[in-house]
Design a binder for this molecule. Sequence first.
Ligand SMILES: Cc1cc2nc3c(=O)[nH]c(=O)nc-3n(C[C@H](O)[C@H](O)[C@H](O)COP(=O)(O)O)c2cc1C
Length: 312
Amino acid sequence: MDLTVSLGTLRLANPLIAASGCFGYGVEYAGAIDLASLGGVAVKGLFLAEREGHPPPRIVETPSGMLNAIGLQGIGVHRFIAEKLPELRRLGAVVFVNICGTTLDEYVELARILSDAEGVAALELNISCPNIKEGGITFGCSLTGTHSVVSAVRKVTRLPVIPKLTPNVTDVASFARAAEEAGADAVSLVNTFLAMAIDVETRRPRLSNIVGGLSGPAIRPIAVRMVYECRQAVRLPIIGMGGIATANDVLEFLIAGASAVQVGTANFVDPLLWGKLIDGLTGYLTRHGIERISDLTGTLDTTKREHAWISS
Ligand SMILES: Cc1cc2nc3c(=O)[nH]c(=O)nc-3n(C[C@H](O)[C@H](O)[C@H](O)COP(=O)(O)O)c2cc1C
């Protein structure tokens, strides 16, 4: 049975990647999980400089999901390269570095720096974080902004460039198209949905930032629909995510058109879910007599259903 998948020139052992912001810098999990057994690890979003993020409260549980407004707290790219990357390399992790900028130049600078660092497999451009006001999502919510970030980064790196799309737009497929035209190697989607929760007793927002990003199973059907729409619009490989917690959830994204998936919020519920996902996927392939998991991508059957009650 073949679980390997390809994202352009990048070959992964299986389609399961840890999602950015939900798996630290990967090394924190090394005592519990063999990082080399994952398809990849997308590390917490990095700016050039260290950032403190928003003050607490910055996480709230919601029905079938969670709301976060971390505000991209992070150690900055230089400390990441010095303190985390050597260990990730030693552990055999396929590292997707999620990069964030407030300006186009910052994305370019980050891409340059990371292209010279040994052990980076791909750059995931975070142009979709709903929790910061400056930069980031401003690019991701504008077609020209998306195009200009991707093409500027494309010019300075040979690493695979994977813009991460926001679901907070009307027509996500047009953003996938803009990314493709600008030279992206793949797209990943979705980031979190802009949302808020209120404590009615105090009439205060539950997050210090007032609004935050919704993730977890609550968003999955919308994310699956968006992956399906992007599959119709572009030829690029798609990395799908949003609420994946079981092998069946992974399969939904693959059948909708994703070549690989990321798992985020579910890590907070069960950090050891990876083995169960792999077992569920291999069980499915065996039951359906499918040799290669990559053969499932985009195999949604949209032929009209027979309505037994109409013909009888
Ligand atoms: C606490 C938290 C922090 C996140 N931080 C990042 C980040 O730094 N960069 C990024 O691109 N996405 C970030 N995300 C978004 C996730 O990577 C993912 O796109 C989203 O949560 C949907 O997947 P899920 O439902 O499996 O969590 C974060 C999500 C959560 C819940």
